[in-house]
Design a binder for this molecule. Structure first.
Ligand SMILES: Nc1ncnc2c1ncn2[C@@H]1O[C@H](COP(=O)(O)OP(=O)(O)O)[C@@H](O)[C@H]1O
Ligand SMILES: [Mg+2]
Length: 422
């Protein structure tokens, strides 16, 4: 087992159609920091990624589709070449090592099973291939292993099992029992459901006992119920095995429920790396605040007046004193106020509260979501409110929403960075 260290990782792809003009894709990117003029000959997919995944940690990499997650995993696996940066697995710098030499196993969204092989052989494949280098040193063991291969499809009493094959057999059965797929070992992939295929793909990765697992959206093809079950299984399995894991998903629920820590990515850059609840409670950017949490955080553009005034065309109030220092440089400047749907509460008709009208009610049974829009204001986007299920609300009701002072988030309108008080 090992920690994984990513240092200043860059990746650019030649721009389609202009690829022939790129003299060396390496030079322009390493030399340029993001702020300099963009290099039109290449697309910068990953920009200065720094991340340390601790030994045995379950790290989830989450971000919208196209932000570069798969590319980063492929770089770690060695399936793609980096444009710049370093990758360590344990103490080894693996930049120039081929995928096989990195001791990493990857699980993909498309299970990538060999269709003509049984579940057993799919799991055994990597083990047989992995071992052949060492064990076929002499002619005798080559002969034994070849005989094993030839008689593999024979009825059990006629099968010849070399020492290596017995070792493989033990491992396959071990992994099958761990994943509860013993009964499926003789089936072909086409005879399996999606969930079963995914477990076989996991089995194939686990059987090699690698230093690191990389998983790229392995649950995307499963239906919601199976996804939730398999999610829990993977987490449990990873705890049991203790293998350092980097798990990619675009789904924030998956990220929040599975990760020891979560790395949030957008547009090829890491936004924040933190434990799930820290991301939720203290998002470092507006992007993270919006991406983590469902329904997402609401944002309102307000103006700040020193020392503690917040004003909006429809409401105004004073902040607690803790905010004074952090916000002092925004005097008479716009600010983005963020508030989560579950933190907006119903208040009285008062100048400090926001008058809204209910546009949509979604009663889920255990809770109710309201979509509301500020009254008398055409240009304020609709907002989401979460209320207890027993609160009576009807379509087009008018409500006054109040802003609990300890639940407010503020973001710089230019940089999107969160502003925190001490
Ligand atoms: N081989 C490639 N050549 C050119 N562009 C690519 C290549 N692979 C990925 N990209 C681009 O890199 C970006 C990130 O892709 P990807 O890593 O697959 O994102 P994600 O997995 O987060 O959805 C996308 O804009 C994609 O179009
Ligand atoms: Mg992807």
């Amino acid at each position: 087992m090992a920690q994984v260290v990513l240092e200043n990782i860059y990746k650019s792809f030649p721009n389609a159609g202009k690829a022939e003009k790129v003299k060396s894709p390496l030079q322009p990117l390493i030399a340029s920091v993001e702020e300099t003029a963009p290099d039109l000959n290449s697309v910068n997919v990953l920009r200065r990624i720094n991340l340390t995944v601790a030994d045995g940690e379950f790290m989830v990499l989450v971000g919208p589709s196209g932000c570069g997650k798969s590319t980063l995993l492929r770089l770690i696996a060695g399936l793609e070449e980096m444009t710049g940066g370093n990758i360590w697995v344990g103490d080894a710098l693996v930049n120039d090592l081929p995928p096989k030499a990195r001791d990493i196993a990857m699980v993909f969204q498309s299970y990538a099973l060999y269709p003509h092989m049984t579940v057993y052989d799919n799991i055994a494949f990597g083990l047989r291939r992995g071992a052949s280098g060492e064990q076929n040193k002499d002619l005798a063991s080559w002969g034994k292993n070849a005989l094993s291969g030839m008689t593999r499809r024979f009825p059990a009493p006629l099968r010849y099992k070399s020492d290596r094959e017995q070792e493989v057999d033990k491992r396959v059965k071990n992994v099958a029992s761990l994943l509860q797929i013993e009964a499926l070992l003789l089936r072909l992939p086409k005879q399996l459901s999606g969930g079963q295929k995914q477990r076989v793909a996991l089995g194939r990765a686990i059987s090699r006992n690698p230093q690191v697992f990389l998983m790229d959206e392995p649950l995307s093809n499963l239906d919601a119920k199976l996804r939730a079950e398999t999610r829990a299984q993977i987490v449990k399995l990873q705890r049991q095995l203790g293998t350092t894991t980097i798990y990619v998903t675009h789904d924030q629920t998956e990220a929040m429920t599975m990760g020891t820590r979560i790395a949030v990515m957008n547009l090829g850059q890491l936004q924040q790396v933190a434990r799930p609840l820290e991301l939720y409670n203290r998002p470092a950017t507006k992007f993270v605040a919006e991406f983590i949490g469902s329904p997402p955080m609401n944002f309102l553009e307000v103006e700040f007046q020193s020392p503690l005034g917040i004003s909006h065309p429809l409401f105004s109030f004073n902040l607690p004193k803790v905010w004074e220092k952090a916000l002092s440089k925004y005097d008479r400047q716009p600010l983005i106020l963020g508030i989560r749907p579950e933190h907006l509460s119903q208040g009285d008709a008062a100048p400090s509260n926001l008058p809204v009208q209910v546009d949509l009610i979604e009663a889920l049974g255990n809770e109710t979501y309201l979509s509301v829009s500020p009254t008398n204001s055409a240009n304020v986007a609709s907002m989401q409110v979460r209320i207890p299920p027993d609160r009576p609300v009807s379509y087009q009701d008018r409500l006054w929403l109040s802003f609990p002072p300890d639940k407010l988030h503020f973001f710089d309108p230019d940089t999107g960075k969160a502003i925190w008080h001490d």
